[in-house]
Design a protein around this ligand. Structure first.
Ligand code: CO8
Length: 255
């Protein structure tokens, strides 16, 4: 197995481990990622960390050696399959954190873009170099990158295929933070900043923000009103407001 799944406290950790190919995404690994996401959906966790094994790479992208000599129909099916698997990260019941600990190219960066948050170690290097292969991004990069960094920066990265280092990625908002030390520990520390809160409230907030970029503002505000009202009806909202009044720490129960 090239995808490892473990649980540390209340956080699931998915690690790509195919170090001889810099954790490149073979079609078999795409299947394994899907199986791991299925398992995470049934685990008692409050966040998912996605990272790469070894000192060099988060993930060097689709397995280029597998891509050659495929029919057009196979290529289209492969693209749609990868898109569908990565889309499951978006809709997973818990937020996901990509800890980019080295190279994240092509499908590797697209995997990170499908996560809720991205952290990068200082040696991280990112890019969508498909253009250099005569290809274009196929696992969501053309859609998610402009939503994260804006159209002009996304077009620059996609049309030039250039590599962005960790500092530049932070400046352009491609990653949320740069982290030092061990990747999983850094991801766990970040996760603890939100896993203490009510899962229903976290999910309502995440859904509202995710849908913001797909609908006009007036519709987005309706979504905000709907989800905000649902949050207000939860026992956790009652507990949170009571705890504020009582000057104590809230004890959320995800209800
Ligand atoms: N696929 C297959 N093997 C890879 C890949 C890859 N993407 N990246 C690295 N490897 C392999 C190398 O072939 C090498 O194996 P070997 O020792 O057997 O020759 C091993 O990993 C180590 O790699 P390098 O020796 O190249 O290591 P360096 O440190 O010199 O370079 C780089 C690291 C810069 C990351 C370099 O390996 C590189 O440029 N890799 C390719 C990056 C890339 O172009 N990624 C985009 C791929 S296309 C894509 O992701 C499209 C997504 C959507 C497609 C939809 C398909 C259905």
């Amino acid at each position: 197995m090239s995808v490892k799944l473990e649980q540390r406290d209340d956080v699931a950790i998915l690690t790509l481990d195919r170090q001889e190919a810099l954790n490149a995404l073979s079609f078999a690994i795409i299947d394994e990622i899907e199986q791991a996401i299925d398992k995470v959906a049934g685990m008692p966790v409050r966040a998912l960390i996605v990272t790469g094994a070894g000192p060099k790479a988060f993930c060097a992208g689709a397995d280029i050696k597998e891509l050659r000599h495929r029919s057009l129909a196979q290529q289209r099916a492969g693209i749609e399959r990868g898109q569908a698997v990565f889309a499951r990260l978006d809709t997973l019941k818990v937020a996901s954190i990509a800890v980019i600990n080295g190279y994240a190219f092509g499908g590797g960066l697209e995997l990170a873009l499908a996560c809720t948050f991205r952290l990068a170690t200082r040696n991280a290097k990112m890019g969508l170099p498909e253009i250099k292969l005569g290809l274009t991004p196929g696992y969501g990069g053309t859609q998610r990158l402009p939503r994260v960094v804006g159209e002009a920066r996304a077009l620059e990265m996609i049309l030039t295929g250039r590599t962005v280092d960790a500092e530049e990625a932070l400046r352009m908002g491609l990653v949320n933070r740069l982290v030092d030390g061990e990747a999983v520990e850094a991801g766990l520390a970040f996760a603890r900043e939100f896993t203490v809160y009510s899962l229903p409230a976290l999910n309502f907030a995440r859904q509202a923000v995710q849908r913001a970029l797909d609908v006009p503002v007036h519709e987005g505000l309706k979504i905000e009103a709907d989800l905000g009202s649902l949050a207000f009806r939860t026992a956790d909202a009652e507990e949170g407001m009571a705890a504020f009044s009582d000057k104590r720490k809230a004890a959320f129960r995800d209800e």
